[in-house]
Design a protein around this ligand. Structure first.
Ligand SMILES: [Fe+2]
Ligand SMILES: [Fe+2]
Length: 424
């Protein structure tokens, strides 16, 4: 049974599934977890929230007064503020989330995400170290981590995706694992996969490169061409990781699949098995995309990071590497598209993606063709962000297939940003 109880009634072993009031008033990033330590218990007791929601089917029951035992649904929506504990509460300004308060909340959220990502990288460092020392890989350590990242993605995907992209060169392997996990969770959420499948995608992202512990650092960071022997070691890392995870005995099938197959290619020229497109699962194909995107957008010892649009433009141009529909789905999930791509809009128009500007909060496109009437339209420049909820990118398109007249000339004119100068 789900119950709302005062924070001071929370006991060890209870399963928390929500907090009353604002997330700003309690120190937990997660909102679904068991109170397993005195430390967490003290934090809940000290939290400045009007009530806590517990799930008695997943943890200890509440032994409180009868008035507390009513199901949550039967309770009035607003619970009066508890008395003395809240006397220390600073008067809260009206719920105006604009201006200074909104900025303060955004900063606080960013700090929380940075802290969580830092902890996740530490956990992954420990896991890689264990594997390197020949100790059993404790896959169970990743479960909470995946839940934390999934929660962060659900709350503020843009902030999380921004933060996981920033990584120093010396922590690359661990930071890359956390970043690929985040991208996998993000795309799984976009696809509407179940909670369990999304968690499996996240675990797959975290563990996909475990086999890299078998590659010497100087080979991993080598800026020049690899020798035949070095390349053979690199090509073995998916199989090596697969064997390590299999031996751990506690890993989901998706993580095994993605670990072994994230370097396979749609044209059969990937490794280690050279699978054909139809033999590569959706999870592994998405793993390959998330993996490559994060590698391209990261600083390495031997190269500077590419911008997200640059990385996606390159990936889109590589024939035979990736499943193009899934690559497009990935772009939709992160809200970034390569400049020059022609897309189909929800408003039954074709549009050209323009280079982004620093201040843009979504893709900048120029609509130029009506797909319903199959006729050219006066070009219209627009930003597809939250301020434009009626339109969005729903697919990629080939102008020739739609019969766009004189496409090459039109493309040049649209691309040069001369939209205002075009005749209506
Ligand atoms: Fe890899
Ligand atoms: Fe990777």
């Amino acid at each position: 049974m789900i119950r709302q109880i005062p924070p001071e009634h929370v006991k060890l072993g209870m399963f928390i599934c929500g907090f009353g009031g604002s997330w700003f008033d309690h120190p937990f990033w997660r909102t679904r977890f068991v109170i397993a330590s005195h430390d967490d218990l003290e934090k809940v007791h000290a939290a400045d929230v009007p009530y806590v929601i517990i799930d008695e089917s997943r943890g200890a029951k509440h032994e409180g007064a009868a008035s507390d035992a009513a199901p949550a649904a039967a309770r009035p929506p607003a619970i009066p503020a508890p008395a003395p504990r809240h006397c220390r509460r600073v008067p809260v300004p009206p719920p105006d989330r604009s201006g200074a308060l909104a900025q303060s909340i955004a900063r606080q959220r960013r700090r929380q995400v940075q802290q969580m990502v830092g902890q996740a990288r530490q956990t992954m460092r420990g896991l890689f170290d264990d594997a390197r020392m020949g100790r059993a890989v404790r896959v169970a350590d990743t479960h909470q981590l995946v839940d934390d990242i999934a929660q962060a993605v659900a709350n503020s995907p843009r902030t999380v995706l921004d933060i996981v992209r920033l990584k120093s060169k010396d922590e690359y392997t661990f930071a890359h694992s956390v970043a690929v996990c985040t991208l996998m969770i993000n795309v799984a959420t976009f696809l509407g996969l179940s909670e369990a499948e999304t968690r499996d995608y996240g675990q797959a992202g975290l563990l996909h490169d475990l086999g890299k512990i078998g590659i010497p650092q100087d080979v991993l960071n080598k800026p020049d061409m690899l020798t035949r022997e070095e390349f053979a070691v690199v090509r073995d890392h998916p199989e090596h990781g697969f064997r390590l995870l299999q031996a751990s005995g506690d890993v989901c099938a998706t993580a095994l699949d993605v670990c072994r197959h994230h370097h396979e290619r749609q044209d059969g020229n990937g490794y280690p098995l050279g699978l054909a497109a139809h033999q590569i699962s959706r999870a592994a194909a998405l793993g390959a995309i998330c993996d490559c995107y994060d590698a391209l957008t990261s600083d390495r010892i031997y190269k500077q990071a590419w911008s997200p649009p640059q990385a996606l433009a390159a990936m889109w141009s590589w024939e035979g590497h990736f499943d193009r529909d899934l690559l497009f789905t990935f772009m939709q999930s992160i809200g970034v598209f390569p400049p020059g791509m022609v897309v189909r809009l929800r408003s039954n128009r074709l549009a050209l993606v323009q280079p982004g500007r620093r201040q843009d909060t979504g893709p900048h496109v120029t609509a130029f063709f009506c797909t319903r009437e199959r006729e050219a339209l006066p070009p219209q420049d627009m930003l597809l962000d939250d301020t434009n909820p009626l339109d969005s990118i729903v697919g990629h398109a080939c102008p020739h297939e739609w019969g766009v007249p004189q496409w090459q000339q039109l493309r040049l004119r649209l691309w040069r940003g001369a939209v205002d100068a075009l005749p209506a």
